[in-house]
Design a protein around this ligand. Structure first.
Ligand SMILES: [Zn+2]
Length: 294
C-alpha cells in the first residue's frame, strides 16, 4: 500500500490486482520487442522479458473533511468476459479498511469513467442483490459519460452498467456532474475525452502542491514514449491520442505528481520531456515531504 501527502491532502492507494503480462488485449502495440527498447520502464512497469506490469487499484483522497474514493476497481462476485477479472474474490474491502477507511467512512465515489474495472465496488452482492458498497456516499458520474452508457451506445467494457452503475442511479445515490466540476476546494475534474466520451481525470491542489490522476486517458507509462499507441478500449482512438498528447504536455516538467490509474507500484511520478518530443515517467524524484512511499 502506498500513501502520499499533497499539501494537506492524503492519497492512499488500495490495490485490487497487479498483472505481469497478459495485458496485450489492452495495448496491442506493446509487444515485448517494441517495449524492451524503452529502458526506463524497467523494473517498475515491465519485467526483463518486456512484459508489461499493470495494476488495478483505487485511490482514496482524504482532505481532512472529505473522503473521496477514485475508481472502484473490478469488484467481487461479478461475471466478466475477461477471464482474469471474472468472479474475483479479493480482500479489497478488508484492505481498504486496514488503510483506515471503512466503507461507511467514504462520502464520495468518483468514477473517471464507467468501464468494468472502474465501477466494480460501487456495489457488492448481499443476499443475492447488488447493494451500494459505500452506504453514505454520493456517487459522481460525469453527465456525458452517463448519457453515453445509458443510451446503449457502449461497448463490452461497459458490461458493468447493469450490476454496478445503474443500481446506484436507480437508488437515487448518483449525481450527474460536469466534466470540469469542482468537487471541493482541493479536488476538481478535468475533461479528458477519447477513451470514453465523458472520461475525466482528477486534479488535486493543496497548499501550493499539485497532483493529477490520469484515469484511463493513459493506461501504461509506455504510452508516454509511444504517443501513438492506442488502447483497444479507446472509444475514439484519434481523440484519445490528442488528449494524451495535450495532457502530457501540460504535466511535463512540472512539480505535479502524476498518478496512473493502472500504473504498477510505485504508481506515481513526474512526467519529464524527452528530447524527441516524447515523455517518460520519473519515479525516483522526491519532492520534499509531499511524495513518500510507505
Ligand atoms: Zn481501466
Amino acid at each position: 500500500m502506498n500513501v502520499w501527502q499533497i499539501g494537506n491532502v492524503k492519497v492512499t492507494r488500495v490495490v485490487e490486482i497487479e498483472m505481469v503480462g497478459g495485458t496485450r488485449f489492452i495495448l496491442p502495440d506493446a509487444a515485448p520487442d517494441k517495449v524492451l527498447p524503452i529502458k526506463w520502464l524497467y523494473p517498475h512497469f515491465m519485467n526483463e522479458k518486456g512484459k508489461l506490469i499493470m495494476s488495478v487499484h483505487a485511490l482514496v483522497i482524504d482532505t481532512g473533511e472529505r473522503r473521496i474514493i477514485v475508481d472502484t476497481c473490478i469488484g467481487n462476485d461479478k461475471e466478466r468476459e475477461i477471464a482474469g477479472w471474472n468472479n474475483l474474490q479479493t480482500t479489497f474491502l478488508d484492505d481498504l479498511e486496514a488503510a483506515g477507511y471503512a466503507p461507511a467512512d467514504i462520502d464520495t465515489v468518483l468514477c473517471t469513467h464507467l468501464h468494468v474495472d472502474h465501477v466494480g465496488w460501487n456495489t457488492r452482492l448481499v443476499d443475492g442483490k447488488w447493494v451500494p458498497t459505500f452506504p453514505n456516499a454520493r456517487y459522481l458520474y460525469a453527465k456525458s459519460e452517463w448519457d453515453h452508457w445509458a443510451s446503449g451506445d457502449g461497448d463490452k467494457y461497459g458490461e458493468a452498467y447493469e450490476d454496478s452503475v445503474k443500481p446506484i442511479f436507480d437508488l437515487g445515490l448518483a449525481d450527474l456532474v460536469d466534466c470540469n466540476e469542482q468537487i471541493c476546494d482541493e479536488v476538481s475534474l478535468v475533461p479528458t475525452p477519447g477513451h470514453t466520451p465523458g472520461h475525466v481525470s482528477v486534479r488535486i491542489s493543496s497548499e501550493g502542491k499539485e497532483a493529477f490522476i490520469t484515469g484511463d486517458a493513459l493506461h501504461h507509462p509506455c504510452q508516454m514514449a509511444r504517443l501513438d499507441w492506442a488502447a483497444s478500449a479507446d472509444a475514439d482512438p484519434e481523440q484519445a491520442r490528442q488528449t494524451r498528447r495535450d495532457m502530457l504536455s501540460s504535466l511535463a516538467d512540472s512539480d505535479t505528481l502524476v498518478f496512473g490509474t493502472h500504473f504498477a507500484t510505485p504508481s506515481a511520478g513526474h512526467v519529464v520531456s524527452d528530447s524527441d518530443g516524447t515523455f517518460r515517467l520519473e519515479v525516483s524524484r522526491q519532492s520534499g515531504d509531499d511524495f513518500s512511499v510507505k
